[in-house]
Write a protein that binds this ligand. Sequence first.
Ligand code: HEC
Length: 177
Amino acid sequence: MSDPNKEFDGIRQADNPLPEWWKWVFLGCIIFSGIYAVYFHGFSNWGTSEYYAAQIQEYEKEFPNRNVAVESTDGSNPFRGNQDAISIGQKTFQTYCVACHGPTGEGLVGPNLMDKEWLHGNTDLELYATVMKGISVERTKSGRGPMPAHENSLGSEKVYQVLAWLASRNPELKSSK
Ligand code: HEC
């Protein structure tokens, strides 16, 4: 009687040798994987940390100083009177605020920012909070609807620049109480 493992349930195991070409491909894969592993870990720069670093570099080139945190010790705007900050702030205002506050800040959907009336306070500290956090529906006072937060889209540096521009145009915006 032959080996019972060679036939089971009518299925016969032929035990033929693997074709030559298949063995060479198999051996080739083993040799290739060894060379590849040594190259990948030892010589290439295809690792995820290099890839990540390259992406960060690209991002920072595209958005320089995007979310640089500017610290203020007493709540007053560190960019007050800084000419460079004021002109950058004006440009930022033209991009992010005009749709609601008008090209000169005199109001459209949002209220006039150039007059003496302040619904949410008139100090750097209060305006910083207003622009960074926005005004939620429950906190609106003018009946004109809410204002979006800008802490993620602009960040502290750009917000202080916009406020420096506002302060240069409206003396009613005080550095502190
Ligand atoms: C989608 C429209 C919209 C955008 C964009 C917007 N605002 Fe406003 N903003 C409003 C509205 C509406 C109010 C008034 C909310 C209320 O009724 O209390 C307001 C209120 C304010 C106030 C408070 C005014 C006060 O009298 O106390 C300041 C300061 C202000 N916005 C600054 C900005 C700045 C700076 C930007 C750009 C970075 C900006 N806003 C972008 C709609 C907007």
